[in-house]
Design a protein around this ligand. Structure first.
Ligand SMILES: Cc1ncc(COP(=O)(O)O)c(C=O)c1O
Length: 474
C-alpha cells in the first residue's frame, strides 16, 4: 500500500517490506520475542529505531524533516516539532526556551500541572491570573483581556504570558487575539497550551487556532482529538521573540534519544488526517453530532450542555451527579472522558464521511443507563457561581525555595498573613484558591470559610476536618 503524502509512514512501510532481520534495538526484534497479544506483536514490527532511511528526530534531515515540514505548512508555523512525550514535554520546552531563572511569567491559575512543573524547573516566578467562571459548564474558563491588562500594569516586569485555551471542557478564550496584540505591543511572547485543540485546523466551524491568532508558541496533544497514539503531540513556533533553535535545544534535552517510531508515524498520519479533512467529512461529523444531541435531549431527565468546541459534549442526569451517570454508562460499556459533580464529558470522534458509524448505539445505551439511575436515590446537586475568584498575585517563595523550608499546621484564624506551603484547591471548581508560596490574605480566608460552610471539599494545604492550614516557617 502507498502512503502518499505521509513520508514517515511510507518510510516505515518500505523498511518493513524488505523483511529486515533485526540485530539492533529494540530487544523485541520486530515483535518476534514478545509474548504480548498477537495484534500488538504485529504492530511491534513497525517499532523501529534510527535505522538507515528513517532519519533522527533530534537532527531531522530526511523523512522526519519532510513530515515536520508538512506539519508546519498545514498549521502555518515557522517550524513544527513532533513530540513523543505529550503536551507535557511541549509545555516544559516552551517555558525553558522562553524564560530565565527569576523571570516573572504570567500564568493562568487553572493551568495544567506541566506548566506549574515547568515554572518550578526553570526557576521562573509565576504571576497567577484568575480565569473567568463559566456558569453553563460549571467550570473555570479562560483569562479575560481585562485581567491581562490589569496584571500588566501591576507586574510590568513580566517576561512571558502562558495561557490555556481551550479548556478541558472546550471553553475558548474569546479575547485571545486582543491579548496577543497587547502582549506583543509590550514585546511579550504568548505561549498557548492548546492541548485540546489540535483539530481546530480541520474546518472553520471549529474555533480559530491560537497559532492563527498570532500566538508565539503553541502546544497541541494530537493524541487527544486527532487519530494519533497516546503521548503523540505537536509543538509549533512562529515568533519574533523566541528562537526556534532554543526550542529544538530543549526538546532534545527533555525527550528520549530513542523516540518511538510508532508515535511519530501516528503523528504523520494525524497530520494527513487533518489535512485531508474536507467539507464532506465535516458535514458527516456535523450530522453525526446533531443526531446524538437531538436523541439525547429526547431522553427524559437528560440535559446536554454544548461548549465552544463541537467535539466536546457535557451530559447531565437531572438529580444525579456526573459520577453516578458515569457508573451507569460504564456498565453499558460506554466510557466518557471524565465525570465531575455535575456531568460527564464526552469527547466525540472527529469522524470522516467513511466512518460516521462510531458508537452508533450510544443513545440506546444512555436510555438503559438512565433506567438504572432511576432506581438510585437522587442527590441535590447545587450549582455554583464563583463571581469573586478574581486574584492576580505572585508568590513570596518559588517552589524550589519552598522545598527547602520547614512547614507547620496552624488554625485557619492564624493562617492569614502566612505563606501557603502547598496549593489550597477547592473541589469544585478545582482551581487553586491559593497557590504554593502565595501569602494568604483575608479575602482568601473569607472564601475558604464560605466554601467550607457550603460543604465544598478541599485538596492540598488544608485539612477540612481540623480546619488547619499548612504554612511555611519564615
Ligand atoms: C490543558 C492540558 N495541557 C497539557 C496536558 C498534558 O498533555 P499530554 O497528556 O499530551 O502530556 C493536558 C492533559 O490532560 C491538559 O489537559
Amino acid at each position: 500500500m502507498k502512503y502518499q503524502d505521509r513520508p514517515l509512514v511510507q518510510a516505515l512501510q518500505n523498511f518493513h517490506n524488505r523483511k529486515p532481520v533485526s540485530f539492533h534495538v529494540p530487544g523485541h526484534k520486530g515483535g518476534t520475542l514478545s509474548d504480548l497479544p498477537s495484534a500488538v506483536r504485529q504492530a511491534l514490527a513497525y517499532d523501529l529505531t534510527e535505522l538507515t532511511g528513517l532519519d533522527d528526530l533530534h537532527e531531522p534531515a530526511e523523512v522526519i524533516k519532510e513530515a515536520e515540514d508538512k506539519l508546519a505548512n498545514l498549521y502555518g508555523s515557522e517550524r513544527s516539532f513532533f513530540l513523543v512525550n505529550g503536551s507535557t514535554v511541549g509545555n516544559l520546552a516552551m517555558l525553558y526556551a522562553t524564560v530565565q531563572p527569576g523571570d516573572c511569567v504570567m500564568v493562568q491559575r487553572n493551568a495544567h500541572k506541566s506548566i506549574f512543573n515547568a515554572l518550578e524547573l526553570t526557576g521562573a516566578i509565576p504571576v497567577f491570573l484568575s480565569p473567568e467562571w463559566d456558569d453553563p459548564t460549571q467550570t473555570a474558563g479562560t483569562v479575560s483581556l481585562k485581567t491581562v491588562k490589569e496584571a500588566l500594569k501591576k507586574y510590568p516586569n513580566v517576561k512571558a504570558v502562558v495561557l490555556t485555551t481551550p479548556t478541558y471542557y472546550g471553553i475558548i478564550n474569546r479575547d485571545l487575539e486582543q491579548i496577543i496584540e497587547v502582549c506583543h505591543s509590550c514585546s511579550l511572547p504568548v505561549l498557548v497550551d492548546e492541548a485540546h485543540g489540535a483539530h481546530f485546523i480541520v474546518n472553520d466551524a471549529f474555533p480559530t487556532s491560537a497559532l492563527e491568532l498570532g500566538a508565539d508558541l503553541v502546544v497541541q496533544s494530537a493524541h487527544k482529538t486527532l487519530p494519533a497514539m497516546t503521548m503523540a503531540s505537536f509543538l509549533h513556533i512562529h515568533s519574533q521573540f523566541v528562537k526556534v533553535e532554543r526550542v529544538a535545544h530543549y526538546l532534545q534535552m527533555l525527550q528520549s534519544s530513542s523516540p518511538s517510531y510508532l508515535l511519530m508515524a501516528s503523528l504523520d498520519d494525524a497530520r494527513y488526517y487533518a489535512e485531508t479533512y474536507d467539507e464532506k467529512d465535516y458535514e458527516s461529523f456535523r450530522l453525526y453530532r446533531s443526531n446524538v444531541v437531538r436523541d439525547l435531549c429526547n431522553i427524559a431527565r437528560i440535559e446536554v450542555v454544548e461548549t465552544d468546541d463541537q467535539l466536546k459534549l457535557l451530559i447531565r442526569a437531572t438529580g444525579h451527579t456526573g459520577y453516578v451517570l458515569q457508573e451507569a454508562l460504564e456498565q453499558q460499556g460506554i466510557y466518557p472522558e471524565l465525570a465531575d459533580l455535575y456531568q460527564v464529558l464526552l469527547v466525540l470522534p472527529l469522524v470522516k464521511a467513511r466512518d460516521a458509524e462510531h458508537g452508533i448505539d450510544l443513545v440506546d445505551k444512555f436510555k438503559i443507563a438512565m433506567e438504572w439511575i432511576e432506581g438510585k436515590e437522587a442527590t441535590s446537586v447545587r450549582f455554583n457561581s464563583f463571581s469573586s475568584i478574581n486574584f492576580t498575585s505572585t508568590v513570596v517563595y518559588t517552589a524550589t525555595q519552598l522545598h527547602r523550608m520547614d512547614m507547620e499546621w496552624v488554625s485557619m484564624q492564624d493562617a492569614t498573613g502566612r505563606v501557603a506551603a502547598d496549593a489550597i484547591i477547592p473541589y469544585p471548581p478545582g482551581i487553586p484558591l491559593v497557590c504554593a508560596g502565595e501569602r494568604i490574605c483575608q479575602e482568601h480566608m473569607k472564601q475558604m470559610q464560605d466554601l467550607l460552610t457550603s460543604g465544598c471539599r478541599f485538596q492540598g494545604a488544608i485539612n477540612g476536618k481540623t480546619k488547619q492550614v499548612k504554612v511555611v516557617l519564615e
